[in-house]
Write a protein that binds this ligand. Structure first.
Ligand code: NAP
Length: 482
């Protein structure tokens, strides 16, 4: 019955047939998704207004018209609405008129600034009450959150979307659009949203989540694309042609894909220590990675990206992660890369912490956030602290913005053959910080001296095989044998 009622509002027989074909094709070919409704459940068509008729906005409007939705369009340059009018769209004389005519408002303009310029005007804002707003303009999670607050404060429901396709893919069964924000809006308008792409999914109720997932997926893509640029430079510098590179790239791809999904699964399970399932230890990766640095140097290639990757490798390896899985690098990205943490330490005046000894004669003032915090239950740390493990935070030297009080330092050679130096108060003996040969331009501060119970937890326990049997640091991954 619902389907019959729905068909009555179709504007043309062509649209009716196409809509049914698309819906049937989706049912026959696509795996049943969380958001997919059966054709019998299709509700009455919504009036929809598309604000913006650029490349993407026009494609969205065409897909809606193809599926028979009564569609209003508005564009700053009115001429771009004409081809859509020829397909049956109604051209709104103003943004307000378009919103008033529709139950659902889709926005697709260049950026959020352009979108704000359209919506945040008294006459337009007051027309939003009771409407559903679907923002398909690309933006950041923060912009999505702010927009959701503003739209909801004006009495409308808000759904933020990320389009994972180019305009020519809009309306296809495999095309993915990600949505987050109002679940009510998503559920109510699901058939219309699926008309834009059969791979549509709802990511979560926090408005920024669709945009965050979009950014996360694109980040992985950019990593691969930048990597390909560096790889092509190396190949060509050694006289290989890019057709050869391409051929071998496709043969290597299944191996890379397997490593990629393994990395995500291990990070999700916080399985950072090397084990029987580890595909290659961090040490093995680093050894092979040296060849890239060498090739760049020898052939005079730009090595800005490899050097940044080298810093990340070395930061992990200086903490004894040689046998860990590649996934053990993941915690470094939670606290920011070494470079980012360093610049935050240098430039962010927001956070300041003071480390003091027991008698408070020594004071270290630290600005910004640490690169990372760690725990270690090696015998040297047990002897140094007089307890079962150390808990320290690595700060860039540049984060140390003040120091007072008399200290002395004692240097020893660690199991790696490199020196480590403990610095303590000459009066009470508290070890306030350490330096290490492998820790370039940084110091390792005793977290207990910071007197901050909210301080970030350790991201790794080193030397776990030396730990006391009772010791269990919940949620803290253990490094492989150091
Ligand atoms: P486009 O072809 O350049 O269209 C831009 C649209 O924004 C036009 O309708 C334009 O109006 C309008 N606009 C720009 N500034 C405006 C302002 N100050 N006030 C009112 N309207 C304004 O761009 P597009 O490719 O369609 O992209 C639109 C959105 O979709 C972007 O956020 C983009 O990131 C996103 N997106 C695009 C793709 C893609 O492959 N194209 C893929 C995913 C997401 P005029 O016609 O008057 O200039």
């Amino acid at each position: 019955m619902m389907a019959i009622a729905y068909l009555k509002v179709r504007t043309s027989q062509r649209s009716k047939n196409l809509y049914l074909r698309i819906e049937r094709a989706k049912h026959e070919t696509a795996p049943r998704r969380e958001g997919h409704q059966s054709i019998g459940e299709v509700p009455m068509a919504s009036n929809v207004c598309v604000l913006g008729a650029g490349r993407m906005g026009s494609s969205i409007a065409r897909a809606l018209l193809d599926c028979g939705y009564p569609t209003w369009v508005w564009n700053r340059t009115a001429a771009k609405c004409e081809p859509l009018a020829a397909l049956g769209a109604k051209v709104a004389p103003s943004v307000r008129a378009g919103i008033e005519a529709a139950e659902l408002v889709i926005i697709n303009v260049l950026d959020y600034a352009a979108s704000e310029a359209l919506l945040k005007r008294g006459d337009v804002a007051s027309a939003l009450a009771g409407k559903a707003v679907v923002q398909l303009t690309s933006g950041s999670p923060r912009l999505a959150r702010e927009e959701a607050r503003w739209v909801e404060a004006h009495g409308a429901g808000y759904l933020d979307g990320a389009i994972m396709a180019t305009p020519d893919f809009i309306g296809k069964p495999e095309t993915a659009l990600l949505y987050s924000g109002s679940r009510d809006v998503y559920e109510k308008h699901k058939p219309l949203l699926f008309a834009l792409g059969g791979g549509t999914s709802y990511v979560g109720e926090l408005p920024g989540q669709a945009s965050a997932l979009d950014t996360a997926l694109l980040t992985q893509m950019w990593g691969g694309l930048f990597g390909a640029l560096q790889g092509m430079a190396v190949a060509e510098a050694e006289g290989l042609d890019l057709a050869t590179f391409r051929r071998h790239l496709s043969g290597f791809k299944p191996v890379v894909d397997a490593a990629l999904f393994d990395l995500v699964d291990r990070t999700n399970a916080r399985r950072f220590a090397g084990d029987d399932a580890t595909l290659a230890s961090l040490g093995a990766h680093y050894s092979a990675f040296q060849h890239l640095l060498e090739a760049c140097e020898e052939r005079g290639l730009d090595a800005a990206m490899p050097r940044a990757m080298d810093m990340i490798f070395r930061q992990a390896l200086s903490l004894g992660s040689m046998e860990d899985d590649f996934a053990s690098l993941a915690p470094l990205f939670r606290n920011g890369s070494p470079r980012r943490a360093e610049s935050q330490s240098m430039h962010s005046g927001n956070t300041k912490r003071t480390a003091t000894c027991s008698c408070r004669g020594v004071e270290l003032v630290l600005a910004g956030e640490p690169r990372r915090a760690y725990a270690c239950s090696c015998m040297e740390c047990q002897l140094c602290t007089g307890t079962a493990f150390s808990y320290r935070a690595i700060y860039a030297d540049s984060a140390l913005i003040g120091q007072k009080g008399e200290t002395r330092s004692w240097r020893r050679t660690g199991s790696s053959g490199q020196w480590l130096e403990q610095t303590f108060c000459t009066t009470c003996g508290s070890v306030v910080f350490m330096r290490a040969e492998g820790l370039k331009d940084a110091l390792s501060v005793s977290v207990g001296c910071l007197e901050d119970p909210e301080f970030p937890p350790p991201t790794m326990l080193h030397w776990p095989h030396r730990k006391h049997k009772w010791l269990c640091l919940e949620g803290v991954p253990e490094a492989a044998a150091s």
